[in-house]
Design a protein. Structure first.
Lengths: 576, 620
């Protein structure tokens, strides 16, 4: 409960609504409770005395009570809706703001998929619970207590039935919560499995067809489907027992009330209206208990959701801003790694980068070569401070990146990644993402430089063409080129290309490279590339292996001194 | 299923127990009931008939259920009458022994109601779950028969939702809504008849509720749906935003756009809050309104009954009966409209499901398709034209001829049609014009499954499944032994990194295999192809994400693998293709140059320029 309670503190902003909602619902419950009491008077006094005027008065009273009950219900609904939806909105916003403030390291660890589910489903779950809670949570206990009290007042002798009925009902409800509901999370697990197989089949359809594995997949699906079938049957069977059981208990109570009432009546110990009113109260008690069970299960689910939300909200950015961040402007673009060691998780045994030490002067071009997993991307991620070093220092213009104002620092760094991330919106929106103030000319120039202009204007609406989520309607090479254009339009002092032309053909790549060299002469650039031809002209080539620098220098010097480099060179350009 | 007596009826007790949804944005909560616009149904009769086809083999269970529904409804209608009789004939006459006899009957009736209800649920649970299982299996089997074109042109999200959400809706309807609807209608009808039989004045007072309820529900329901769909629209936008910006977190950070994004989010979120407040207020109207109608009609009936009693027209027992009926009346009325929506939703869902079932598999084997055991690997493309979509030709008049054991390389700019050529070879798509001939046989006359079994493909986008590394490689040949799998991994140069994984070959790969690098994934997919031991090898940018040093090693393995096999290689890196017997330069869907490395260099065309640009630094 503590997590949900913590989130509920957000209701303080909507104190008025959060208090008025339950108060008005109390009024509505009161009216519900009044009705049987008035009915009893009508029968036992009005009918017994044949007093039509009294009956009419009671009748008006009942109608009035119904009206008031509705009025209170409507008002309560109004306040509860406002309080719950506003709280939900606030939660959603604080979650979003939190994620935006966290570092890449945080987000990696929390897993994007789970964050998305949390920000959408979990927030909704809490919101729904608050809404129901404000409307029902006060209603059921009050109805239960009121029903019990009035039942006892109406007929103390019949109330013995309640003593028997309530424990039985509670037993039934505990059964529901303990025994049946958990089954449904099992069903959900099985559904997830079924969905998983379907999802894999949709994404992997080419492979499945290529290897002719339809039968195999059918069997795999058949198995998870059968599993789901069996689990669902079990779960539904358990839940199916509940309603008939509850019905039986309360119907038995009614029979008992009729019998005991009849016996009492024979002894002139009770009146007919009393018996009827009592039966009405039995109904209210039973109803309120059932509602309480519903609320309880909802709360327990909301608690699970709250826990996930609170967990994220209490995250602290792994790359905190220092008290007095520095910004040495204009940035010249000197980059220095001083004995940098780095690992993603402290628990890891090995370092991803080991004792990386180099200096890049402003305007130099640095190429980084190395095998898959040798630490190339990790290295360049330290420059815009996506992560903090474990040991050592990364300095830009002789200032530790940890002391830099993060915003200013990143404003001067442009990156294009191997897996380019685009957003839905127009091509222009995506380019301007990096620089809102860019002119049309600047934008087109950047696109031209990245060899993207031609295909952009060929699209139905040119720069105004809408891209699907993550740019689904573009090929891999096109996405990469847009991502490069975006980095260019950012107009950075340090530009980083992380294997950003892997899906672009060689000819286009060399064109991009050429124009990049012209455009960014005098700027510091880092290039990670697979093709050795792209790196030959670099001022400095760093050969990485297993997180360590195994060679550093120009092409010529490396050819002479570095075996790994020669290896790579020979494999690609040798023998031509 | 109704649970009511003179007191308060239990309005919410008949809720369908929906499985709590944990996935998919915007699900859960009462909102989902209104979430969709009124579903459009084209042919309800036919859809229902087909749907019943799925439960048809369970006629006995269904028949039994119907009987049970009839009996429980009947008992429900009779029970209040017994209560009335108990008041009139026994309690008022102080006949305790008569009362006990009647109450014994009532006692037994209630037991019967509960037992029958439970039994009926058990039956329908089995019927519906079984039908749904079959439906899912059928749909999945059907999906497997579609060509790639189908998957290219249908959104995966939409397909997923048909297999899961739509079938879920169907399941709900089959298991509870149908019997519920029937029992509600019967109850309503039965009670109305009984009321008029017992006392028409009081019956009229009760029945007046029907039109009032209908009108109110119609009014509120319409506005609620409207408000909910606008809320749902806003929610969808917000969720889309969350998904995009969380996924693109790194880019947002890189360009320092956090505040801007938050501002944008805040704006949308405000819209959502406004619309959801409206939607909730409208949705919340229903409960107090219905409660009022119930209470009001209760008040009217009691007062009317009391007055009539004073006039000597009705007995106290009759008032008791009507008190119960008045409460029982409200609930089915309340529910029918709701159920009607649910049923409609699921019929619409069923239509969407059957729509897929009716889709023709585009690529079929001809009647007497030839089964292949082995291939020699002679491949001929004879003036082939192809378009994924009409009027947008991708390949134009492509001809090529490869002899058994040759290596052919396809080069050219992105989007020129290289991948399309190999897609045609595997018969993922059918061509519009020309011929593709393998070993002298037209590809159209071959059994496509037997053809694909002889082809080994390593694709640009690797795909790994949830399961162990071992299982993922074995996918290439299911009957391969562990040793063979390891052998293939060694050949693909994957053994070393697999060995370094926490649990070696038994390491579990998560969804989308995020625990492997792009290059590692490609190595696994190469190992898979090696294990398959194909006659024709297709490498579509198979090593694009592998670093050069690793590529050297893979290339050794691949060259080894290619020996004696026809192979198609698409690669950006020219070093990979220098050794090819034939190099085809594809540009804009046409073959523009053809020859080996030397002859193409001599030609000084596109290929020459490409090589020059890649090696320009060396020349300088």
């Amino acid at each position: 409960m503590q997590n949900l309670t913590r989130l509920l503190r957000g209701l303080k902003k909507y104190k008025k609504e959060a208090i008025l909602g339950p108060i008005f619902i109390m009024g509505a419950v009161l009216m519900d409770l009044l009705l049987p009491a008035i009915m009893q008077r009508m029968i036992d006094t009005g009918v017994a005395n044949q007093d039509l005027g009294y009956i009419a008065r009671m009748s008006l009273l009942m109608m009035l009570a119904s009206f008031l009950g509705m009025g209170f219900g409507l008002i309560s609904n109004y306040f509860a809706s406002i309080a719950s939806q506003r709280l939900g909105g606030d939660l959603r916003e604080s979650v979003f703001a939190k994620i935006m403030s966290l570092s890449k390291g945080n987000v990696d660890r929390l897993e994007t998929g789970q964050l998305i589910t949390m920000a959408t489903n979990d927030v909704n779950q809490v919101q729904m619970t608050v809404l129901m809670g404000l409307k029902i949570a006060m209603r059921s206990p009050l109805m239960l207590l009121g029903g019990l009290a009035l039942a006892i007042v109406t007929s103390p002798s019949l109330s013995l039935i309640i003593l028997l009925m309530v424990p039985l009902l509670l037993f039934g409800l505990i059964f529901l919560i303990r025994y049946a509901f958990p089954m449904f999370s099992k069903v959900q697990e099985k559904i997830d499995k079924v969905n998983g197989v379907i999802g894999e089949n949709l994404s992997g359809i080419r492979v499945i067809k290529a290897f002719v594995r339809a039968d195999f997949e059918q069997q795999r699906f058949g198995r998870v489907n059968e599993d789901l079938f069996e689990t669902s049957i079990l779960a539904f069977r358990r839940i199916a027992l509940l309603m008939p059981l509850l019905m039986l208990i309360s119907n038995m109570a009614v029979v008992a009330a009729l019998y005991l009432g009849g016996v009492d009546f024979a002894k002139d110990g009770i009146m007919i209206g009393q018996i009827q009113a009592f039966i009405n109260y039995l109904g209210l008690i039973m109803f309120s208990l059932f509602m309480m069970a519903m609320v309880l299960t909802m709360i327990s689910r909301a608690e699970a959701s709250s826990k996930r939300i609170v967990e994220v909200l209490s995250q602290v950015s792994e790359v905190p801003e220092v008290m007095e961040p520095r910004a040495v402007l204009p940035m010249k673009g000197k980059v220095e790694f001083r004995h940098v060691c780095f690992q993603y998780y402290p628990s890891e045994q090995d370092y991803v980068l080991k004792d990386i030490d180099f200096v890049v002067q402003p305007g130099e071009t640095v190429a980084i070569l190395g095998a898959t997993g040798s630490g190339k991307s990790s290295l360049i991620h330290l420059i815009p401070r996506f992560y903090d070093v474990t040991q050592g220092q990364v300095l830009i213009d002789d200032v530790d990146v940890r002391e830099w104002d993060q915003k200013v620092l990143r404003q001067h760094i442009g990156m294009a990644l191997q897996v380019p991330i685009l957003f839905s919106g127009t091509v222009e929106d995506n380019l301007r993402f990096a620089n809102e103030k860019a002119t049309q000319q600047e934008m087109e120039d950047s696109a031209r430089l990245a060899q993207a202009h031609d295909f952009i204007v060929e699209m139905p609406e040119g720069y105004q063409t809408l891209l699907g989520q993550r740019g689904v309607n573009l090929s891999g090479g096109q996405k990469q080129r847009l991502s490069i254009a975006r980095a260019v339009i950012h107009d950075p002092q340090i530009i980083i290309l992380d294997d950003s032309t892997s899906a672009v053909d060689a000819e286009t790549e060399s064109k991009i490279q050429k124009s990049m060299n012209e455009r960014f002469s005098g700027h510091t650039s880092f290039i990670i590339a697979q093709r050795i031809s792209t790196v030959l002209e670099a001022d400095k080539i760093i050969v990485l292996d297993d997180g360590m620098i195994k060679g550093m220098g120009t092409h010529e010097s490396l050819m002479e001194t570095n075996a790994i480099y020669r290896d790579i060179y020979e494999s690609q350009l040798g023998g031509m | 299923m109704s649970l009511s007596w003179g007191g308060c009826s239990m309005k919410d007790t008949n809720k369908t127990y929906k499985v709590p949804q944990t996935k998919g944005p915007g699900s859960g909560g009462p909102a989902s009931r209104f979430a969709k616009e009124k579903p459009k149904i084209k042919n309800p009769k036919e859809t229902l008939t087909r749907l019943f086809g799925y439960v048809g083999d369970q006629k006995i269970r269904i028949g039994l259920t119907l009987c049970l529904v009839l009996m429980t409804t009947g008992l429900h209608i009779v029970a209040p009458i017994m209560m009335g009789k108990a008041v009139d004939d026994f309690i008022l006459l102080k006949d305790v022994s008569g009362l006990s006899r009647l109450l014994l009957v009532l006692f037994l009736s209630y037991w019967a109601i509960s037992l029958f209800t439970y039994w009926q649920s058990l039956l329908m649970i089995h019927v519906s779950q079984y039908a749904v299982k079959k439906l899912r299996n059928d749909l999945f089997r059907k999906l497997q028969t579609f060509s790639l074109h189908f998957f290219d042109t249908h959104s995966h999200g939409d397909l997923m939702s048909r297999i899961t959400n739509d079938i879920d809706n169907i399941s709900n309807t089959l298991s509870s809504s149908m019997t519920q609807l029937m029992s509600d209608l019967l109850t309503l009808l039965g009670i109305t008849v009984m009321m008029f039989v017992i006392n028409w004045q009081l019956a009229l007072l009760t029945v007046i509720m029907i039109p009032v309820t209908m009108v109110l529900m119609g009014l509120v329901g319409k506005r609620t749906r409207k408000n909910f769909s606008s809320q749902q629209g806003n929610l969808g936008q917000i969720n889309g935003m969350v998904e995009e910006y969380f996924t693109g977190h790194q880019v947002v950070k890189a360009y320092g756009r956090e505040e801007k994004m938050l501002e944008e989010f805040r704006k949308k979120n405000q819209e959502l809050v406004q619309s959801s407040i409206r939607a909730q207020i409208f949705a919340g109207l229903m409960m107090p309104l219905m409660n009022f109608l119930n209470n009001f009609s209760y008040a009217v009936v009691i007062s009317g009954g009391a007055m009539l009693h004073v006039m000597g027209l009705v007995t106290l027992g009759t008032i008791t009966i009507f008190m119960t009926y008045a409460k029982q009346f409200g609930r089915p009325l309340n529910q029918i409209a709701q159920l009607y929506n649910t049923v409609q939703l699921s019929i619409a869902g069923a239509e969407r499901v059957f729509e897929i079932m009716d889709e023709e598999p585009e690529i079929k084997n001809i009647e007497q398709a030839i089964d292949l055991d082995t291939l020699q690997g002679n491949v001929l493309f004879d003036h082939v034209d192809f378009a994924y979509e009409k009027n947008r030709p991708v390949l134009k008049d492509v001809s090529l001829s490869v002899k058994s054991g040759q290596m052919i390389a396809l080069v050219g700019p992105t989007g020129a049609g290289k991948t399309t050529i190999v897609n045609l070879l595997t018969r993922f798509y059918d061509i519009q014009r020309g011929r593709i001939v393998i070993d002298g046989l037209d590809i159209g006359s071959l059994n496509k499954e037997s053809l694909r079994r002889r082809l080994g493909i390593v694709l640009q986008d690797t795909y790994l499944f949830t399961g162990s590394v071992m299982e993922n490689i074995r996918y290439g040949r299911l009957e391969a032994t562990d040793e063979e799998v390891v052998e293939a991994a060694k050949l693909a140069n994957a053994h070393v990194f697999i060995h370094r994984l926490p649990e070696g070959y038994q390491t579990h790969l998560s969804e989308e295999a995020s625990n492997l690098s792009q290059g590692q994934r490609q190595l696994l997919s190469i190992a898979r192809a090696i294990l398959a031991n194909p006659d024709i090898l297709i490498l579509d940018e198979a090593t694009s994400s592998v670093d050069t040093r690793t590529e050297i090693h893979i290339q050794e393995a691949l060259l080894h693998l290619m020996q004696g096999r026809t192979s198609f290689v698409i690669a950006h890196r020219l070093s990979t293709i220098r050794k090819a017997d034939q190099i085809l330069v594809i540009q804009d869907g046409r073959v523009v140059e053809k020859g080996d490395h030397h002859s193409l260099m001599a030609e000084r065309g596109y290929y020459y320029r490409m090589v020059q640009s890649q090696y320009k630094s060396k020349a300088s």
